[in-house]
Design a protein around this ligand. Structure first.
Ligand code: ADP
Ligand code: MG
Length: 462
C-alpha cells in the first residue's frame, strides 16, 4: 500500500505547503495510522519504533488545535531528557513556522528557571520539557496548566524507567480533565497500561508493524584499487543518483583532497573537518542539511554531533578499521520509512577489515562489482537551492515565521520556494530555490528589506 499524502487530512493549505517544503511528501505509517484519530481529538496510545515519525504525528495534532490569539498554554509535551525535548521543540517549531505568532518554550533542567518563567509569563502556547523541571515550575507557580488542551507523553516507557512516575501523575493532576492525552512509547509494558487507565479516556491503541517503520539500510561493498578509487566514487554518485550524501574519510587531508576532486568533476561538495571555526562549521552544516549542497565530505571527528538523520546515502571512501565506527557512520542514513544506502569502497589490502566487519555484524557483506556501475561521463551534480544569510537572529528575537512572512508576503516568493530555516544567535539562514533567489536578494537590496520592522542585510553564501 502506498503511503498516504498529508492532503488526505483536513490540514490548511499553508500547513500542507510547509510540509512540502520540509520534504514530507507522504505520511509515515505511524502518522497515517494515528493522525485521523488525533485530529478527532481522541486519546491515543501509540506504540512504534524510534525514527518512525511520532513527533510530527503529535506535533501536527496539537498545532491544529492551538489558537494563537489566546495567550495561554494550550499544549504540554513531556519528554524524558533535555536532548529529546530540544529535538521535539525543534521539530514542532519547523512544523509551526507557517503559523504566525505561535510561541513555544522549552522547560528543561541545566538552564536557569528565571528566563523560562519570564517566557511563560509572556504567554507561551506550547511547552516542551522534562517532568522534573516542569514540576519545579509548578511548585513555584510560574506555570499554569489550567488551559492545556493537549497533553503529550513522549517516550513514556523511558520516562517511567527513569523514575518519573510520581512527577508525571502530579503534573497531569493539574491539567483539565477534558484534555486530550496522547501517549507515545516504544514498548507497552504493564506499568504503561496501568498508567494509561488512570490518565486516559477510551484510548485508541495503535501499534505500528515493526517491519514498516523500520529504517532499512541497504549495504553494498565495492572492491576497487587505489588508482581507481576516486573514479569509483564518482561512478557511485552517478549510478545511484545521490542527492544527499555524506562521504566519510580518515583524515582532513583526504577530506580536502576528495572535495577538491569532486568539485573539479562538476560535483558540488563541501568539506567538514575539525579545523573550521564555529561560524564556518555552522554554515557548512546548514548548507548541507538544507539541501543547498548535495555532498558533504567529513571526517569522523568533524561529523560528531552531526544532527542530520535523514541522509539518502553514506559512503565510506575507505573502510574504517573499527566495525563500530562503520555501524555508527551508516546509522545516519535511512529516513523514516525509507531505505538508506550505505556504500563502501575497499581495496585488496583492506580485506581484513571486511572480515572483521562480517564477524561483528554476524552476516556476510554484500559485494557489488565496481564495473557494473554507471560511468560518470557527462555527469554533474549541483543543487538547485541556495542559502540566503540574513544578518539577524535569536538576539533580535527573529523566529522562522518572521522570515517566512517577509519572504512570502513582502518579497513575493511562494511558500514552496522556501525550504529549511536555521536561526542562530546573530544570523539566520534560509534555503531558497535558485530561481527565486534574485527576487529575495532584490527585496533586501532596495533598502526596503525589513524583518520585524527592522532593516536587515542579506546575502547568498557559497
Ligand atoms: P520518532 O519520534 O518516531 O523516533 P521522529 O519524529 O524523530 O521519530 O522522526 C524521525 C525523522 O523522520 C525526523 O528526522 C523527521 O523529520 C522525519 N520525518 C517525520 N515525518 C516524516 C515524513 N512524513 N516524511 C519524511 N520525513 C519525516
Ligand atoms: Mg520521538
Amino acid at each position: 500500500m502506498p503511503n498516504a499524502s498529508f492532503s488526505s487530512l483536513p490540514f490548511s493549505k499553508t500547513l500542507l505547503n510547509n510540509l512540502d517544503s520540509l520534504a514530507y511528501k507522504t505520511m509515515t505509517p505511524v502518522q497515517s495510522a494515528s493522525l485521523p484519530a488525533i485530529l478527532e481529538e481522541k486519546d491515543l496510545i501509540v506504540q512504534a519504533k524510534t525514527g518512525s515519525g511520532k513527533t510530527a504525528a503529535f506535533g501536527l495534532g496539537l498545532l491544529q488545535k492551538i489558537n494563537p490569539k489566546f495567550f495561554a498554554l494550550q499544549a504540554l509535551v513531556l519528554c524524558p531528557t533535555r536532548e529529546l525535548a530540544d529535538q521535539v521543540a525543534k521539530e514542532i517549531r519547523q512544523l509551526a513556522r507557517c503559523i504566525p505568532n505561535i510561541k513555544l518554550v522549552v522547560l528543561c533542567g541545566g538552564k536557569p528557571l528565571g528566563p523560562q518563567a519570564d517566557s511563560l509569563e509572556h504567554g507561551a502556547h506550547i511547552a516542551v520539557g522534562t517532568p522534573g523541571r516542569i514540576k519545579d515550575h509548578l511548585s513555584r507557580s510560574t506555570l499554569d496548566l489550567s488551559s492545556v488542551d493537549t497533553l503529550v507523553l513522549d517516550e513514556a516507557d523511558r520516562m517511567l524507567d527513569m523514575g518519573f512516575h510520581d512527577e508525571i501523575t502530579n503534573i497531569i493532576q493539574q491539567t483539565p480533565s477534558n484534555r486530550q492525552t496522547l501517549l507515545f512509547s516504544a514498548t507497552y509494558p504493564n506499568t504503561i497500561k496501568k498508567m494509561c487507565r488512570s490518565i486516559q479516556r477510551d484510548p485508541v491503541v495503535i501499534k505500528v508493524d515493526e517491519t514498516h517503520a523500520e529504517n532499512t539500510i541497504e549495504e553494498n561493498f565495492y572492491l576497487t584499487n587505489n588508482y581507481q578509487r576516486k573514479e569509483t566514487l564518482l561512478n557511485l554518485l552517478a549510478h545511484h543518483q545521490l542527492k544527499s550524501t555524506v562521504i566519510f574519510c580518515h583524515t582532513k587531508v583526504q577530506c580536502h583532497e576528495i572535495s577538491e576532486f569532486l568539485k573539479d568533476n562538476k560535483v558540488q561538495a563541501l568539506a567538514l573537518n575539525g579545523d573550521l571555526d564555529q561560524r564556518d562549521r555552522d554554515q557548512v552544516l546548514v548548507r548541507f542539511s538544507n539541501n543547498s549542497c548535495p555532498v558533504l565530505v567529513a571526517t569522523d571527528v568533524a561529523a560528531r554531533g552531526l544532527d542530520i538523520k535523514s541522509l539518502q546515502a553514506v559512503i565510506n571512501y575507505e573502510l574504517p578499521h573499527d566495525p563500530e565506527i562503520y555501524t555508527h557512520r551508516i546509522g545516519r542514513t535511512g529516513r523514516a520509512g525509507e531505505t538508506g544506502l550505505a556504500l563502501s569502497l575497499y581495496t585488496e589490502s583492506e580485506i581484513e577489515r571486511i572480515i572483521s566487519l562480517e564477524d561483528y555484524l554476524g552476516k556476510p557483506c554484500n559485494n557489488e562489482s565496481s564495473d557494473s556501475l554507471r560511468k560518470a561521463t557527462d555527469f554533474s551534480l549541483q543543487s538547485n537551492v541556495s542559502t540566503l544569510q540574513v544578518d539577524a537572529g535569536k538576539k533580535n528575537k527573529i523566529r522562522p515565521g518572521d522570515l517566512l512572512g517577509a519572504l512570502t508576503k513582502d518579497a513575493g516568493l511562494a511558500g514552496s520556494q522556501i525550504g529549511k530555516i536555521n536561526i542562530f544567535d546573530q544570523l539566520s539562514y534560509i534555503a531558497i530555490e535558485q530561481d527565486a533567489l534574485p527576487k529575495a536578494l532584490n527585496y533586501f537590496r532596495q533598502g526596503k528589506g525589513k524583518i520585524k520592522g527592522r532593516h536587515v542585510k542579506a546575502r547568498e553564501i557559497r
